[in-house]
Design a protein around this ligand. Structure first.
Ligand code: SAM
Length: 413
């Protein structure tokens, strides 16, 4: 899709054609294309309408019904922050009473929209012309917020951002435009040194505009957290999605934190270093296993905040870095799943297969941390399927205690 196609889609004619499209049906693409051609649309217009129809249906997972009022590019949709998470970013700027935010690399404008909803004016740029035009269209409900084609490095930032109540948001690209992976999607980069705009540029911006936030990969290393900043790992419905580094007034606490965002009505749950008690050594032997097992949310483990679970439960980590906590006490922990441990045994495939067969168990949920086991292979070896119709079901946890691989049989509670 080129800039002319986006301009047409954003025009009154294109916009009303978009709204008249039937619900997306992959099997009906050809028929729709010829109907659009029959209605007098050019091949480029018909292709742009079809693309939007396809992307809007895909976007509903991230944007719900808002997708119907937005334009997308395939790459832009993949990289866009989902609605619920963007709302959390925006809340930081609104709570810090910022009036204007420069979004330096705005993509299709998901974060910029969330900021605008909260009354913050956004001045956005994107290095890709089509993407910038899409973002500008998505920002139309908020006329003060605009996106333009330009490079982050060329944006003039205010000399006195504190007086002007100005902040900066960056969500650097972690993909290489024009280079596809084997699945045909834009290839991802994983190293901090490869993001665009660069990490050095981000640090320079944060030095000039203290109220800066930057979204990074969840693999961001603890050692790279800048002095005085907050690095927050975020999960959405239990999936680890990002790490955001907050500088200046946007940092709610210095160091590491985790935020659990969910699609349900429950508000987000925040965990930070102040909630971690004294660091206890991990379990010395299997004999120290308690009645309960806690599985911290991935954002909590990645942020290195399992200590908040041991502090609440009085328990200990099973193995160093494994992330599971064992305890005698069964308490509700809003950032960990809780299980009752019904059996513990050394990990031995043959013994486990016999154990499961003797109990008529034909369906197993397998959880593992800290062990190198390939799940499909293990299922084959255990002769057990994922879902097993009428037979009994159970959950097993493969992990390590004091260097020994063990299996815990657990019941969610
Ligand atoms: C991850 S996306 C932003 C997604 C956005 N936060 C959202 O939720 O929709 C990163 C964007 O940065 C843009 N970009 C990369 N390098 C840039 C640069 N030096 N200046 C401006 N934009 C840049 C890319 O074109 C891409 O659209």
């Amino acid at each position: 899709m080129d800039a002319a196609a986006v301009r047409w889609l954003a025009s009154p004619e294109g916009w009303s054609a978009l709204h008249e499209l039937p619900p997306y049906d992959p099997a009906g693409e050809l028929a729709l294309q010829s109907a659009l051609r029959g209605a007098g649309h050019s091949p480029e217009q018909a292709a742009a309408l079809l693309l939007q129809s396809r992307l809007r249906s895909r976007a509903r997972g991230k944007f719900g019904e808002f997708a119907d009022g937005m334009l997308f590019t395939a790459d832009g949709l993949e990289q866009a922050t989902r609605l619920e998470v963007a709302a959390q970013h925006a809340q930081r700027y609104a709570s810090a009473s910022l009036a204007t935010v420069h979004d330096l690399g705005c993509g299709i404008g998901s974060d910029a929209m969330a900021l605008s909803v909260l009354g913050v004016t956004v001045a956005a740029v994107d290095a890709d012309e089509v993407t910038a035009k899409v973002a500008d269209t998505n920002l139309r409900p908020w006329p003060d917020s605009r996106a333009r084609h330009g490079r982050a490095e060329q944006v003039d930032l205010p000399a006195d951002p504190g007086r002007d109540r100005v902040g900066v948001w960056l969500d650097p690209a972690r993909r290489i435009p024009g280079v596809a992976d084997i699945g045909g999607r834009t290839r991802r980069v994983f190293r901090l040194a490869e993001i665009s705009p660069s990490w050095d540029f981000v640090l320079d911006v944060a030095a000039r505009v203290p109220a800066t936030g930057v979204k990074l990969s969840p693999s961001f290393a603890h050692a790279d957290i800048p002095d005085g900043a907050e690095a927050q790992w975020v999960s959405f419905d239990g999936d680890l999605v990002e790490c955001v580094v907050w500088f200046g007034a946007l940092a709610q606490s210095v160091g590491r934190s985790a935020l659990l965002v969910s699609s349900g009505s429950a508000g987000p749950v925040r965990v930070d270093e102040s909630m971690c008690g004294e660091v206890k050594p991990p379990l010395g032997s299997v004999s120290g296993l308690g009645r309960w097992l806690y599985e911290p949310d991935r954002a909590v483990s990645r942020a290195g905040l399992v200590g908040a679970v041991t502090a609440l439960t009085g328990g200990a980590e099973l193995g160093p870095g494994a992330g599971y906590v064992t305890a005698e006490k069964g308490v509700e922990v809003p950032f960990a799943r809780r299980y009752v441990v019904t059996e513990a045994m050394p990990f031995n495939v043959k013994a486990l297969r016999t154990w499961l067969r003797d109990r008529g168990i034909t369906g197993v949920t397998i959880k593992k941390r800290g062990v190198q086991v390939e799940e499909d292979r293990l299922r084959r070896d255990l002769r057990i399927t994922r879902k097993a119709g009428s037979g009994a079901q159970t959950t097993i946890v493969l992990t390590r205690v004091a260097g020994q691989q063990i299996v815990l049989v657990v019941d969610p509670s």
